[in-house]
Design a protein around this ligand. Sequence first.
Ligand SMILES: [Fe+2]
Length: 577
Amino acid sequence: MTVLGLSCYYHDAAAALVRDGRLVAAAHEERFTRKRHDPDFPYQAIAYCLQEAGISIDDVDYIGFYDKPFTKLDRILQTYFATWPRSYPSFIKAMPVWINEKMWVPQTIRKKLNFKGEILFCDHHMSHAASAFLVSPFKEAAILTLDGVGEWDTTTYGYGQGNNIRLLKTIHFPHSLGLFYSAFTYYLGFKVNSAEYKVMGLAPFGQPAFYDLIMKELVDLKDDGSFKLNMKYFSYDYGLKMTNSRFDQLFGFPRRKPESEITKFHQDVASSLQKVTEDIVLKMANHLYKETGLKNLCLAGGVALNCLANSRILKETPFKELFIQPGSSDAGGAVGVAAYVYYTLLNNQRKFVWKDAYLGPGYSQAEIKDFLIRKGICFKEYNGQELLKITARLLSEQNIIGWYQGRMEFGPRSLGNRSILADPRRGENKDRVNQKVKYRETFRPFAPSILWEKAKGYFEIDRESPFMLLTFKVKSREIPAVTHVDNSARLQTVKREENELFYDLLSEFYSLTGCPALLNTSFNLRGEPIVCTPEEAYLSFMRSGMDYLILGNYVLDKKEMAPLLEVFAYEKLFAQD
Ligand SMILES: [Fe+2]
């Protein structure tokens, strides 16, 4: 039995393939089209999933779509009419896309994919809930989904048992924790649905000086975590902007111009927003615990990528175990709907636990070598332990390394297969990687990957963190390049069964230096999706200050490379993130 899950038309389009209950492939469309957060129909991600499974579309029994387009259109039209005529510019912009494309999901699937099987639609938040619970290690768990908006829902409280999920309570648009966070992201001069994680990274630099103001004026929060936003300050329900002039007046400053200076005011706003968000999530989680009495929690939706909030749930609520899958925003909806069709609708017993993120395309050593020879690129070949020894030595000599191995990660985090690596023991490596390699803002923190067995020596850690979705306090002074200003780190713990080669590299670095961690950031330049092919890895390597590129077993030394015949400006090549 084969089910293809699809998510698209909002942001982060993706496809996922479930075969006999196992998730065998999943990928974001952006990784193929090279357009960050690409929302369009995921033709290339679908083609990849089929190719990975070695099947054609005729072998797919069901296609599941991650939301219900007509219910969503109903919400959009009702909102436009309720806010008319202020909504006119947004209406004019949105309607042609709905009329030409978004309304015709089944027709697109039939015509463009030539699919003859059954097409099923799932509520957006059910897709989120399924993407966490049905592939979690729990037989029974409470479920909290939090995002910008699906059809009408922005938050759901629920629980799952076996292959069934019940959503008990919802919060409706326009009252949305995701859109609330995005509104501040917009106000702080960052890109909505893209740079929310930058705001989260900025928050620890400030003080929550505006916390009381936000709670008094913007949010009406109840004890059960339900809330209403004061919509007189927001314009996302009718306009093309997220906040309005009243919002500016409330905080005393206009919206920060993108790329302009970040001041203490911006840091304090980010800090206040983060604290409000965390406190709302905590109230929700506490209420859900009270309602369900369950010790396990599954979180999903874009807000579940907020690792500071996630960590506070574990510290400050009675929940004992937490499962969040690596692509918990809308891309994960593709996995969710596929799992929902297979397990819930077709009533199959659960038998799969989502343990690693390596679900994307991979290239064989022969394919990589063929690429290098074809392009006339100079390389050295090493095998097994020798490759690990050389890489560890180069890292210890303060080289910044592009590490490209195996299948690409699903979700926004690089977890050791499409990673840029550096020595975490030198604080200056943070600035080197931010400025010379990724061309990004200096305040942005980097995360460490660490051998699971050694993690307790470096962090106040009581559980694994395989997907970099939790933060922990740093105990050691040995790794300043990956210690954030608040003395925390959003880390990846690595076990050998999760990623053998990356684990062995960490072990080799540990043997050489006594440090079991590496700075690990996604293999992309600013605004670029994570590299997918060997050629994209090579181009990003050449366009940045990386010193070496390890493509499979092949080592490329920047000093031996002929320069690219191009005038490179990342701002022109990739849209700003
Ligand atoms: Fe969503």
